[in-house]
Design a protein around this ligand. Structure first.
Ligand SMILES: Nc1nc2c(ncn2[C@@H]2O[C@H](COP(=O)(O)OP(=O)(O)OP(=O)(O)O)[C@@H](O)[C@H]2O)c(=O)[nH]1
Ligand SMILES: [Mg+2]
Length: 333
């Protein structure tokens, strides 16, 4: 499809879906479409929802869509599936769970499964957010599974990060370990029907109070811990998710009032430049090296201790500085 970016700018939903699929399939020239739309990005409030596999993120997102729609706000959802062995089956589940919004033109839900090499997920997420942004979605919810470093990168994309904890998983410790403590703007204790929810709530409150004042992106913000009622009690569930929505709004307002938005935007843009550089420099080099068999030969030489990766990297860098890059297909960034 030609001029994909321009069509997305004109509000073409099919073009937007196609573009997101292209990001997912890591088709090389998607960057052209992103170049076309970039100027119009930066209007949406981006909300990251992260937590362990099965923590109830999609269930929560579905209700959050409802809470925003009841205020007339439009919502985009990007459900990121890193296709890890843990979340292999998550895609279908996400689509089914948010199906009640499928006919609503104010809601745009897409899954993003990226098989990519290093940095690939974060890059595709950033680009997917741009697409939803230029479609004019007021709020964009990005669901990521919080299991590793990749997911902590949600801080580079979201204005407000929600960390979902559930009882019975030793989550409070997990949160500390995975660095989630540093990125959470709001903690949600989910699955309140489960044993230990009250205890987890208290522990998380303690953890939040003990943690030193946050430097950086949300300084001065008191991290709230919200107990969300069980989905089995639909009315209470809806009510507590409305409270969550209000907290999210309060956080965004806090960023605006304290002039912290620009700091987040700088951080986000720095990450994006790095990712674009990776795509523009590393991908063509690595692809060419793969295609020519040079990579294989280099591995062999390193294993024989004939040379080392650092010397090789110097040589390659020098060579490309002299010869320049072939603007080549980049299939695995
Ligand atoms: N008991 C209980 N189960 C819940 C609650 N909320 C969600 N679940 C269930 O937990 C399971 C996982 O829910 P999801 O919303 O798919 O969780 P998720 O975090 O999006 O899962 P992944 O995307 O696979 O990481 C589903 O079977 C839900 O029905 C709750 O409040 N109480
Ligand atoms: Mg999910």
């Amino acid at each position: 499809m030609k001029e994909l970016g321009k069509r997305v700018l004109a509000g073409d939903i099919r073009a937007a879906s196609r573009l997101i699929r292209n990001l997912e399939d890591q088709i090389t020239d998607t960057y052209i479409a992103i170049q076309e739309i970039f100027k119009e990005t930066g209007k949406s409030h981006v909300i990251g929802i992260t937590g362990a596999p099965g923590a109830g993120k999609s269930t929560l997102t579905d209700e959050l869509i409802q809470a925003y729609r009841s205020q007339g706000k439009t919502v985009g959802v990007l459900a990121v599936d890193p296709t890890s062995p843990f979340t292999g089956g998550a895609l279908l589940g996400d689509r089914i769970r948010m199906l009640r919004h499928a006919e609503d033109p104010g809601v745009f839900v897409r899954s993003l499964a990226t098989r990519g090499a290093m940095g690939g997920i974060s890059k595709a997420v950033g680009e997917g957010i741009h697409v939803m942004d230029v479609l004019g979605k007021d709020r964009i919810i990005v669901e990521t599974v919080g299991v590793g470093q990749q997911e902590v990168e949600i801080i580079n994309h979201a204005h407000t990060v929600i960390v979902v904890l559930v009882p019975g998983m030793g989550d409070e410790i997990q949160a500390l370990k995975a660095g989630l403590m540093e990125i959470a703007d709001i903690f949600v204790i989910n699955k309140a029907d489960r044993e230990g929810a009250g205890k987890l709530y208290k522990e998380t409150m303690n953890m939040v109070q003990m943690s030193r004042d946050r430097a950086g992106v949300s300084k001065g913000w008191q991290i709230p811990v919200l107990l969300v009622e069980s989905v089995m009690e639909p009315h209470k569930f809806a009510e507590s998710v409305e409270k969550l929505r209000d907290k999210i709004e309060e956080h965004y307002q806090f960023l605006v009032d304290n002039d912290l938005i620009s700091e987040r935007m700088r951080r986000k843009t720095a990450a994006e430049i790095q990712e674009a550089l990776w795509g523009a420099i590393m991908c063509p080099i690595l692809n060419e090296m793969e295609a020519s068999g040079e990579m294989k030969r280099m591995i062999d030489r390193c294993l024989l201790k004939d040379t080392d990766p650092y010397t090789l990297a110097d040589e390659i860098a020098l060579r490309y500085m002299k010869e320049g890059l072939a603007k080549d297909i980049c299939a695995d960034s």
